[in-house]
Design a protein around this ligand. Structure first.
Ligand SMILES: [Zn+2]
Length: 311
């Protein structure tokens, strides 16, 4: 009897990066027992990583070595230099890693990470789950459905499911274009509920591994409620800069609220006057991403992501 967490073999892949240290390592973990094979990534956006990485650990802790009937590859820190500064993109080239596929072996840092992920992350795998989720500035709660990957996405106890735009430049979009079955998860972010959300992500990973036959557990996972399908999403953004004051707190993520519900306000930093209000735009507004904390916002900043249930 041995938890899978004790069986991970770690490999470091150096990427040319910092002036002081020369390289940043992309670190990939494997626990192998033949086919089928799944890659699980977290933190491709550097500010979204901790909840997914935590969930990977929690999922592997639930699995005994004797239950493994395939292979799991994990990359808990997929974009190391972006994680270091708690930003979506790495400061060295400011490129979005999840728009950089298939990468370039002689390109800048981000392009080389994408290339390394193609060469060493996606090589030989059948399934990919890419974990995003909130950030230090927001919480979110949904899964993307990609063509052919619906069952994988339905493994997650997410409030909402939305069809993903088709983009070959994302990790999952590129992998799908190569015939792999993929899902992208958007759950987590800084709040008092982060442990509960990472438990949900871990639960989803476990179900997905069981569903595709990589794990044959002694105790089958219980049934979960299916996420609510929603229309393509809209982003609410302020028309000017200012101080953001939330009206709905982190517990509202994943909920549906009535039209015109006050979600938050933008106030003037000097006069404290209300400059703008953010209100629920639909009769049934699905709250998919929100900011639970006071924040300094630039004009045009992503403030809420909303949608409405498909009738
Ligand atoms: Zn992301």
């Amino acid at each position: 009897m041995a938890q899978l967490t004790t069986k991970i073999r770690w490999h470091k892949h150096p990427i040319p990066a910092t002036s002081a240290f020369g390289y940043a390592d992309l670190t990939i973990g494997d626990v192998s027992n033949g086919s089928p094979r799944m890659l699980i990534t977290a933190g491709i956006h550097g500010d979204e990583g901790p909840w997914g990485a935590w969930a990977i650990q929690k999922a592997l802790e639930r699995i005994d070595e004797s239950e493994l009937q395939g292979s799991i590859r994990i990359i808990p820190v997929t974009n190391p230099l972006a994680m270091q500064v708690d930003k979506r993109n790495a400061p060295v080239d400011q490129l979005d890693l999840n728009r950089a596929f298939a990468g370039n072996p002689t390109g800048s840092y981000t392009e080389q990470v994408a290339h390394m992920l193609v060469e060493h992350g996606l090589a030989d795998v059948d399934y990919v789950i890419d974990l995003h989720g909130g950030g230090s500035w927001c919480v979110n709660a949904f899964v993307f459905e990609m063509d052919g990957g619906r069952d994988l996405s339905l493994s997650f106890p997410a409030p909402f499911i939305v069809k993903a735009p088709s983009r070959d430049v994302t990790l999952t979009g590129y992998a799908k274009s190569k015939g792999l079955t993929v899902a992208a998860v958007e759950m987590g972010g800084r709040s008092q509920f982060e442990a509960a959300w990472s438990d949900k992500i871990a639960d989803g990973l476990f179900r997905a591994l069981v569903k595709v036959g990589i794990v044959n557990p002694k105790t089958q996972p219980s049934e979960i409620d299916a996420p609510i399908p929603v229309e393509s999403t809209s982003v609410l953004r302020p028309m000017s800069g200012g101080i953001f004051m939330p009206e709905v707190e982190a517990s509202y993520i994943g909920k549906i609220v009535e039209k015109d519900t006050l979600l938050g306000k933008l106030i003037h930093p000097m006069t404290q006057e209300t400059i703008e209000e953010f209100r629920a735009p639909f009769d049934k507004t699905a709250l998919m991403l929100l900011r639970p904390f006071v924040a300094q916002l630039e004009g045009g900043a992503m403030t809420y992501v909303v949608s409405q249930p498909i009738e």
